[in-house]
Design a protein around this ligand. Structure first.
Ligand code: SAM
Length: 289
């Protein structure tokens, strides 16, 4: 697969040549604060694109004989969109718990407008009139259906186990991934399933090289190039995910991966000799043993 590049050659040259300085300024020198000052609404989920993941996930579940009806579900890292919670509830799930370490839900006019637009989109796509999941005026969630738990999954206290866990573009941002996946195994009922869609690319992939970050050692990467404040990236590779899932009580029912061409760049010895370096997107469907 080729990365579609919207940027001009000069920007590509700058990023590919000086990415270290850009990363350092952006995350460690807090340059992102300046950018957010001038463009406060920079990050918002695309509910139209997220909506299409529901079909992908529900088809995968169906193929493996798992019905969502009556089940309790956790979404990790929904961002500011509830579209897939609505989809699961609309298709019979009993409840959806949303867990996000950096919740973007705030009582702003902007977020209320986002929620209203998302609900209108959902209602028209599904041809529904009744919408019990959220108060459409205030944007407040109806706790009978959806619970939002701000925080890290590992520190979340649930008084019940769940049947299904999913995440979209989140696991690549998790620091102690193995502990996280262990916690998923703890809170999932036996026979429960998980689906995780993971973006394995460098966040600078739009500038032409999806794996520019392979050149850094863990020390340089963790200390100078990435930060929680700007969505930390763990650089865990496809095969590592498979092994971590297996080690923690999951069988992989289905693993899909998408590979990308990348211009030869220096590769740190941490990554040397791996056969999964070209994989930039992955989807894992798992069952708890
Ligand atoms: C790239 S965004 C994806 C949001 C949404 N799922 C989407 O696809 O648009 C990553 C999300 O994961 C959340 N996140 C990052 N680390 C997390 C963690 N350790 N636990 C829970 N959520 C986390 C972020 O706050 C953010 O909402």
């Amino acid at each position: 697969m080729n990365i579609v590049n919207r940027h001009n050659r000069f920007a590509r040259f700058l990023v590919n040549r000086f990415d270290f300085i850009i990363r350092l300024l952006y995350c460690k020198m807090r340059l992102y604060r300046l950018i957010h000052l001038f463009s406060p609404g920079l990050y918002s989920c695309n509910y139209d694109s997220l909506n299409s993941y529901f079909l992908i996930i529900s088809k995968a579940l169906e193929r493996n004989g798992f019905s969502i009806r009556g089940k309790s579900v956790i979404e990790i890292g929904p961002g500011n969109s509830y579209i897939n919670a609505y989809n699961f509830l609309h298709n019979g799930a009993r409840e959806v718990v949303l867990v996000d370490k950096y919740p973007r839900y705030t009582n702003t006019d902007r977020q209320r407008a986002y929620i209203r637009n998302e609900i209108d989109y959902f209602k028209s796509r599904n041809n529904v009139k009744e919408f019990p999941y959220v108060n459409e005026v205030t944007g407040v969630l109806n706790g009978d259906f959806i619970t939002f738990m701000p925080g890290d999954l590992r520190s979340i206290r649930l008084d019940r186990n769940v049947d299904f866990i999913y995440s979209i573009a989140v696991l690549q941002h998790v620091r102690e991934l193995e502990q996280y996946i262990r916690k998923m195994a703890e809170i999932l009922n036996p026979g429960g399933m998980m689906c995780h869609i993971v973006d394995l690319k460098d966040k600078f992939h739009v500038f032409g090289n999806p794996f520019l970050f392979y050149k850094y050692s863990d020390f340089i990467w963790n200390n100078f190039c990435t930060d929680d404040a700007v969505t930390y990236s763990n650089r865990v590779r496809y095969q590592d995910y498979v092994e971590i899932f297996k080690r923690n009580g999951f069988d992989l029912l289905h693993g899909n991966s998408w590979s990308y061409d990348f211009p030869g760049n220096r590769i740190n010895k941490k990554f040397a000799g791996r056969s999964d370096l070209g994989i930039g997107d992955a989807q894992f469907l798992l069952i708890k043993r």
